[in-house]
Design a protein around this ligand. Sequence first.
Ligand code: ADP
Ligand code: MG
Ligand code: MG
Ligand code: MG
Ligand code: MG
Length: 441
Amino acid sequence: NIKSKEDVYNAIENNNVKFIRLQFTDIQGVVKDVEIPVTQVKKALETGISFDGSSIEGFVRIDESDMVLRPDVRSFALLPWDQGKGVVARMVCDIFKPDGSPFEGDPRYVLRSILKEAHDLGFSLNVGPELEFFLFQIEKGKATTKPHDFGRYFEFAPADLAEDIRREIVLGLIDLGFNIEAAHHEVAFGQHEIDFKYDDALSTADNVVTFRYVTRTIAKLNGLHATFMPKPLTSENGSGMHVNLSLSKDGKNAFYDSQDEEEVDQMTYHFIGGILEHIKGITAISNPLINSYKRLVPGYEAPVYITWSGPNRSSLVRIPAARGQSTRVELRSPDPSCNPYLTFAAILAAGLKGIKEEIDPGEGTDVNIYDLTPKGLADRNIETLPPTLLDAANHLAKDDFLRDALGAHVHENLLRIAYAEWDAYKLQVHDWETNRYLNAV
Ligand code: ADP
Ligand code: MG
Ligand code: MG
Ligand code: MG
Ligand code: MG
């Protein structure tokens, strides 16, 4: 458990660490890193390491490109593989401008600033994500969409061929300090889920980024391709990243109220109310790819309608049945391609607004929403999530609250990237179109 520079120096010595990877993410949540030999670690911790930010997506203009990485000592961990040329450790970094002020395009900074707002109200945020991913075969050095196995939900060997690889990923994550709760085959062919215990929001966002590269690396070492693409196979479930959230106050779960009939504190409903009010704009952040919207369709366990409920799993937002310290809200729309820092920041900002303004989430929906007819949906005033990235981006563009929460820099860059993605997609004629229309008209 590392808390100071001294702890880092001791850990380096005790483990004979030779290299340190300084890790951060761009605005899309893509992990970047620069490796330094341990001889540079003192400099990194004392003054930071300079780098050119201009070639990182969503960072800065060329004329102000000198940025400084400052490692967060609490994130020090030993990487579990490739120790042949010496032990490698990683530290996650915060990004600063040359004048020493934090860089407003650093996703970690954006999350930190919302967490500070929560802290000023006496709250800290716990987040537990459930990342799903696919394992595909590699042929001639190239990833395919051929599933590695034909297992189904919770299936066992021989249908589940990935037991050993999943276990290897789990062991790698444990080495990196993860507290793993469960690992299982998911519903789709070749699809898996590994759950780790919730933690404070910043550590969890770091963990999501780490989880993705550990999974990809260990799959690759086993000759497989791991992907967090939200919907790689047309007729199979896609991969989600349910986000479980709770607020703590004075070390206690603030969503739990033993006196309430449902044992749920009223602020939980307001938190949900805030999220629902801003969910359309949030979706551009939590579901950032063209492909994300192919997952958010009826019939594949993914949410489509903007509703909340108790334990019923067809809703966008759920309050799972667990109480006490496990009382939580589960948002089911995010997918594992998102930037976790910005996603958690946007969700928390909206939830806090809900608490401050006591936003009413409306009636819970206790029926299976997928069974409702269009009239049933209309009678209940049930709205849908944005159907495309374009629609989601338009909602984010109009959402002044989210712009203020994320900062103008991040808001503008997210929109620039989303619209560019849409424009590139729009130019393509897809196989589906030729198959459907070539002979029909
Ligand atoms: P599901 O039933 O939706 O499949 P899982 O058991 O797969 O749920 O995952 C539940 C997640 O919620 C785990 O990451 C767990 O650590 C997390 N969690 C549990 N209690 C809390 C809490 N109080 N706050 C935030 N996350 C929590
Ligand atoms: Mg789960
Ligand atoms: Mg589970
Ligand atoms: Mg799952
Ligand atoms: Mg879940």
